[in-house]
Design a protein around this ligand. Structure first.
Ligand SMILES: [Cu+2]
Length: 132
């Protein structure tokens, strides 16, 4: 079992929360020197079909970050929620997971990246559409 992150560490890193606007299939941001590239397939999520999220983490030296635990959580204003781990893929530094959105509309997503050196949370907004 992994040890919990000490509260003081979380507080110390809380300034590294990045707010981004609506995502259009892919978002790249930098948090504490680590580049975070997020993509989704399909680009615009639809209900009743799984959406695959991939996160690539690259450190300041250009090396793949392979020691992270990555999770994605989502919430709607009505209280609906979704969560999935993004697991390491065969591609070093790339983490991937699937979400099935059961309702269209606005979802507020959070990508949480936990490393031995601390953790960051990246909030994102997603507009989920109905299938055509
Ligand atoms: Cu809902």
């Amino acid at each position: 079992m992994r040890r919990a992150i000490p509260g003081a560490l979380v507080a110390a890193l809380s300034s590294s929360v990045v707010v981004t606007s609506a995502m259009a299939g892919s978002v790249t941001t930098e948090v504490s020197g680590v580049r975070v590239e997020l993509t989704s397939a399909p680009e615009t999520p639809v209900t009743d079909r799984k959406t695959t999220y991939s996160v690539r983490l690259v450190d300041p030296a250009g090396k793949a970050v392979t020691d992270a635990r990555v999770t994605l959580t989502g919430r709607m204003a009505d209280g609906m929620s979704a969560a999935t781990p993004l697991r390491p893929s065969r591609d070093p530094g790339v983490y991937r997971g699937e979400v099935l959105f059961t309702m269209n509309g606005r979802w507020d997503l959070t990508i949480r990246v936990v490393r031995p050196t601390g953790r960051v949370e990246i909030p994102l907004r997603e507009e989920v559409e109905r299938p055509r």
